[in-house]
Design a protein around this ligand. Structure first.
Ligand SMILES: Cc1cc2nc3c(=O)[nH]c(=O)nc-3n(C[C@H](O)[C@H](O)[C@H](O)COP(=O)(O)OP(=O)(O)OC[C@H]3O[C@@H](n4cnc5c(N)ncnc54)[C@H](O)[C@@H]3O)c2cc1C
Ligand code: FES
Length: 372
């Protein structure tokens, strides 16, 4: 037999043996058998197959912990309190934990594996989160890289959310992506239409979910939407309201402002600063101008950080934080109590929080969702 064929046979046999050994080791080492998850001190007891992350195990049982990055330990959203010993915090968890959270054994549910019986404590409202079958009803190009996607909910046919919250869009496997991809998107629509939900999705070049949602998703297609989730929402008080958003951070602010109008909720003054680079990044300007015309205490201020000569821009120019500061110093009542609602990239949020604190807004009156 030629040497090359013998060599090929030997290499293939060795690979097959190696694969078999890996499968056997996985079966032995990672076989934790059945384990029990005690939820909220006996309120629910789940018997599950051990070995997977707490996040995915609970999801398989219909308990959806809010999360955004699909378990990559980059969003820090999937926190739960673990009331039994699951070992020390992992290096991947620590960047997201305060000292108090570490003491309280708050954990990233995507990072801990269910290997033995475990006790967890989660807020009751998480039991209301459901996985909905949804059909794409409309896709609208808002800019060159931002789309509005509207879903009709099929089963369950309604999602009772609060403006400011988010849902997870479950992107099916496609091309070289072998598994479902789960990402968070804030509602852009209002709770008045619980049978339809709208999202504003900005394309992240090379991004797994946004590439699918921008380049593959079609009207009529069905996929899953899980929600509602999140703590970002309107607070009931008499403070003047400052909203700052950039990019797709428009979504929850739009939902909150239109929800206020629909429900007749007033505030002494409402300012909305929307930051974009140049005119091609601006959208829904006419919609907010119309809102401004019908709502005397509402002011919409789009700001461009780098308008192009062809933009012929005569609006505010500069970083959205610089423009916000200008308006706070020159146009707002300095002594009036204020609160702030921020949405967008972590960098924009951090810069906005620093500005608002320096302008005297207490930290506990600054609410935000970082689109990390
Ligand atoms: C609470 C919450 C609400 C959100 N709401 C919205 C929303 O309404 N609309 C929306 O478009 N997005 C929103 N996001 C962001 C969204 O969940 C995804 O992270 C984003 O769409 C990227 O997903 P992807 O799978 O395409 O990219 P990934 O495959 O996850 O990322 C690819 C690469 O791009 C980087 N990256 C990820 N996100 C960004 C970003 N935004 N800008 C620059 N680089 C990035 C990653 O670090 C990675 O290197 C929200 C996030 C959170 C936490
Ligand atoms: S899902 Fe756990 S950190 Fe993002």
């Amino acid at each position: 037999m030629p040497l090359v064929i013998v060599a090929t046979l030997v290499v293939s046999s060795m690979s097959a043996v190696l694969a078999l050994v890996i499968v056997l080791v996985d079966l032995v080492v990672n076989n934790y058998g059945e384990v029990k998850i005690d939820v909220n001190d006996g309120a629910k007891t789940l018997t599950v197959k051990g070995g997977s992350s707490l996040l995915s195990t609970l999801g398989g049982e219909g308990i959806f912990i809010p999360s955004s990055c699909g378990g990559r330990a980059t969003c820090g959203v999937c926190k739960v309190r673990v009331a039994s010993d699951v070992g020390p915090h992992l290096p991947t968890e620590l960047p997201f934990m305060s000292g108090a959270e570490i003491k309280d054994n708050i954990r990233l549910s995507c990072q801990i594996k269910v290997k033995a019986d475990i006790k967890i404590v989660i807020p009751e409202e998480l039991f209301a989160i459901q996985r909905h079958r949804a059909r794409v009803a409309e896709i609208v190009d808002l800019t060159y890289d931002t789309k509005l996607i509207r879903f009709s909910l099929l089963e369950p046919a309604e999602m009772k959310f609060t403006s400011g919250q988010f849902a997870q869009i479950v992107v099916p496997p496609y091309e070289r992506v072998r598994e479902e991809t789960v990402r968070a998107y804030s509602f852009a629509s209002t709770p008045a239409r619980p049978n339809e939900v709208e999202f504003i999705v900005r394309l992240v070049p090379g991004g797994t979910a946004t590439t699918y949602l921008h380049k593959h998703l079609a009207v009529g297609q069905e996929l899953a939407v899980v929600g509602p989730m999140g703590e970002f929402r309107l607070h009931d008080n008499e403070a003047a309201m400052i909203c700052i958003a950039g990019g797709s951070g428009m979504a929850p602010i739009k939902s909150i402002l239109f929800d206020m109008r629909e429900r007749g909720i007033g505030k002494p003054a409402v300012w909305y600063f929307f930051g974009a680079v140049s005119k091609r990044d601006l959208y829904l300007v006419d919609l907010f101008r119309e809102l401004e015309a019908s709502w005397p205490s509402f002011h919409f201020v789009p700001a461009l950080s780098a308008p192009l000569p062809d933009d012929h821009w005569d609006g505010e120019t500069g970083l959205v934080t610089t423009v916000t500061k200008k308006y706070m110093d020159e146009k707002m009542d300095k002594s009036a109590p204020k609160e702030a609602y921020l949405c967008g990239s972590p960098g924009m949020i951090d810069a906005s929080v620093a500005l608002l604190k320096s302008e005297g807004i207490p930290e506990d009156k600054i609410y935000y969702d970082k689109f990390s």
